[in-house]
Design a protein around this ligand. Structure first.
Ligand SMILES: NC(=O)c1ccc[n+]([C@@H]2O[C@H](COP(=O)([O-])OP(=O)(O)OC[C@H]3O[C@@H](n4cnc5c(N)ncnc54)[C@H](OP(=O)(O)O)[C@@H]3O)[C@@H](O)[C@H]2O)c1
Length: 221
């Protein structure tokens, strides 16, 4: 019997004062090159990577494994070269030309409320599999559907609303936090979390320096 939901690793880079980005239209690069390289390795070790539709629109991420060596290792293990890409949206307002849909050969899944599936399939059906997950979209249904598709390890890479959603539903197993040595100090910028995340203490299991970035690893349970 497949597990009810994947193991969920939430990964983010933040400023010292807990921001995910600044408020400018360009993405703020927070991590060191050494941290980016390790995040690439972590990506290579998961079955799927999920970001919210807000991150697809704001950052236009490719969500691919950059290192050719890691991609070769995956293929040698019988896996696709890149993990499955996953996003969720209530509006379905996603551009089919976004790198999420066009970069690389990875399978792409878009989770939406059931009522938004028909319209979104018309727009995105050629570049992704559009899946209804209840009305409104239910995170547990989404995770069970991913498990049913063979996703055993899921990496959640933001943004703020999605981190909060996962933590509020208590479905995060591990947190990898890269703390970059700079302050943002702008209340208009997105923070790691919005209101609603659970307040339990996490278990700190690892602290390392990668270049100028501190990398903290926590287990949630
Ligand atoms: N530093 C980092 O590690 C990092 C990583 C990722 C992102 N970021 C930053 O985070 C910011 C984006 O964060 P964000 O909070 O605006 O966006 P987000 O969390 O990526 O996405 C939010 C969107 O996800 C969809 N969504 C969220 N909860 C949902 C639910 N329950 N049901 C259905 N859809 C749901 C909605 O899409 P619709 O609006 O389409 O309905 C919502 O607007 C950007 O500034 C980006 O640069 C930083």
């Amino acid at each position: 019997m497949s597990p009810r939901r994947p193991y969920v690793l939430l990964s983010a880079a933040v400023s010292v004062d807990g921001y995910l980005d600044d408020a400018s239209p360009e993405r703020l690069l927070l991590s060191s090159p050494e941290d980016f390289a390790e995040v690439d390795e972590v990506r290579a070790g998961v079955d799927a990577i999920l970001v919210g539709a807000g991150t697809v629109r704001a950052d236009n991420p490719r969500l691919l494994v950059r290192s050719a060596e890691h991609r070769r290792d995956r293929v040698a293990r019988g896996l696709p070269a890149n993990p499955v890409k996953v996003t969720l949206s209530s509006s379905g307002d996603l551009d089919p030309a976004a790198a999420f849909f066009t970069a690389g050969e990875a399978e792409r899944l878009v989770y939406l409320p059931d009522s938004a599936v028909a319209a979104a399939t018309g727009r995105l059906g050629a570049v992704a599999t559009v899946v209804g997950g209840g009305d409104p979209l239910d995170l547990i249904t989404l995770l069970e559907d991913l498990a049913g598709r063979g996703i055993g390890r899921l990496m959640v890479e933001g943004g703020a609303e999605v981190h909060t959603l996962f933590l509020a539903h208590d479905v995060v197993d591990e947190v990898r936090l890269a703390v970059a040595p700079l302050f943002v100090g702008d209340p208009a910028a997105p923070r790691l979390l919005g209101p609603g995340a659970r307040r339990e203490r996490l278990r700190l299991v690892d602290v390392r320096q990668l270049g100028d970035t501190a990398v903290l690893r926590y287990l949630v349970r």
